[in-house]
Design a protein around this ligand. Sequence first.
Ligand code: FES
Length: 249
Amino acid sequence: MRFHLKVWRQEGPEAPGRFFDYDVDDIIPEMSLLEMLDKLNEELIKKGTPPITFESDCREGICGTCGMVVNGSAHGPQPKTTTCEIRMRHFQDGEAITIEPFRAAVFPVQKDLIVERAGLDKVIQAGGYTSAYTGTHADANAILVPKDDQEYAMDAAACIGCGACVAACPNSSAMLFVAAKIAHLGTLPQGKPEEASRALSMTEAMQEEGFGACSNHFECQAVCPKGIRVETIARLNRAFLKASLKRLA
Ligand code: FES
């Protein structure tokens, strides 16, 4: 397969960026989009051109580092698929593919396709954990959790913190990300007692870091590679309201 690529290149955070055109051929349909970029980079290095900078770690849809915008969609046009998992067979032979970094003021471009996503880490540090003493694993196993709760919590725990929801939202809201953590931890007995305070501290941190609020565009759900649903935001809103009222009382 062969493709015509338009790739955003930017020397650094303050430098102006622009799209560069590249033609790639001999692409095996089973190659991932990142493997195609690896191949292009090998060719660029041979020509003495700096390679395209992008992030990846697991390359199996777990770590969330590889997020970029492909043909206008965060992570690309394949639903519920991270950039590293997109196979080139999902594109037409000869297709022009546009690749650019996530676009959000809260995710400044560092270089080429890499953006700074430390804001999400700050939101997690504000409360995306449970501080309850949970004992040993044997103690945890002694607490029975209804199957529906287990499944709901594990579905929410699938969030990989890639930031696609933020990049796709016109408000750069991180509410789907926060809501996933609230739903994951708050559904389980060990995380339930801190649910309201967690919702308050994470939401406040989200606002402090410059992320916007949700105004129901649902773009976050459309691009989430792990299928996190916007219903989780309703749970976050209820927990946030509960904690706010408690603080006023
Ligand atoms: S490289 Fe880890 S999710 Fe893509």
